[in-house]
Design a protein around this ligand. Structure first.
Ligand code: PPS
Length: 284
């Protein structure tokens, strides 16, 4: 169902509501909603699933994993979008060659039921919530045909972090994954955007160990370069100005006012008091 949700200034955005949760809106979903079919989607044991809250660097990790697994730097423009679990059609799921590199912003409990049985490898990615929120705001503003939103940053921050918009609350999302990691026997590796910005080569070596892929250091370095922000912005022409905005740690300082920052720190303390997750908001 198509819904309109207001920010703190009364400006509304269009979203998709399904089973009590909110998703990014796209008109085709009103005809055939892939989310309805998702629980029964067939999973293959060699699937790799990248899970992240929106704007955490999913495109970056997806491209790295795609190239690491392929073992070659092809320049084919495969779109991450057609491998996105909540949007993929039945045909797209079936037609993707193994190993499929799937990606999603859904919770673990929303993934296909076969995930628990087939135990595909999951790469779970996090990013500091201040930069994530800035990235989210800019993304929404760049897609007026879907979100139909023209609100101000000042009116966006609070409702966004309180979970009013698509995919709900970042806090609930990361806390849910922390619980899942404690209980499931599905293999999950946690990645973090700031760690990747600090040393992507180091993080890629960990990724390939987890995925059971062995590539030479030279190749891993080539993938690092191929997947740098500048290179991806150039190559991924279709999404260049929408997804590849700044690619930095700490841009939130250009957006959060002192008051918003104080409010955020207070909310973080309150919501995360039982969850020992820590994030870096700047890199030295
Ligand atoms: S989406 O649409 O939710 O799947 O977006 P997602 O890919 O998760 O996150 C988009 C942000 O990731 C940044 N990005 C990168 N950073 C560093 N290096 C590379 N190669 C890279 N590719 C994407 C992208 O710029 C978005 O962050 P912001 O802060 O908006 O620039």
């Amino acid at each position: 169902m198509e819904i309109r949700v207001a920010d703190d200034g009364g400006d509304e955005m269009t979203l998709l509501s399904y089973n009590g949760r909110k998703y990014s809106f796209w008109p085709e979903a009103l005809q055939s909603n892939p989310l309805e079919r998702l629980p029964s989607v067939e999973i293959r044991p060699d699937d790799i699933i990248i899970c992240a809250f929106p704007k955490s660097g999913t495109h970056w990790v997806w491209e790295i994993v795609r190239l690491l697994v392929a073992g070659q730097l092809d320049r084919d423009e495969v779109s991450k979008g057609s491998n996105m679990m909540e949007f993929a059609s039945e045909e797209e799921y079936k037609d993707l060659p193994s190993p499929r590199i799937l990606n999603t912003h859904l919770l673990f409990s929303q993934l296909p039921e076969q995930v628990k049985v087939k135990k595909p490898k999951i790469l779970y990615l996090t990013r500091n919530p201040k930069d994530m929120t800035v990235s989210f705001y800019n993304f929404v503003m760049k897609l007026p045909m879907y979100y139909k939103y023209t609100g101000e940053w000042n009116n966006f921050v609070r409702p966004s972090l309180e979970g009013k918009f698509d995919y709900g609350s970042w806090f609930d999302y990361v806390k849910d994954w922390e619980e899942v990691k404690k209980t499931t026997d599905v293999p999950i590796m946690t990645l973090n955007y700031e760690d990747m910005k600090e040393d992507v080569f180091r993080e890629m070596k960990k990724m390939q160990d987890f995925l059971g892929v062995k590539r030479s250091d030279e190749f891993v370095k080539e993938v690092c370069d191929h997947c740098s922000f500048t290179s991806m912005k150039k190559v991924k022409a279709d999404m260049a100005n929408i997804v590849y905005r700044k690619g930095e740690v700490g841009d939130w300082k250009n957006w959060f006012t002192v008051a918003q920052n104080e409010w955020f720190d207070q909310i973080y303390e309150q919501k995360m008091k039982d969850c020992p997750l820590e994030f870096r908001y700047t890199l030295k």
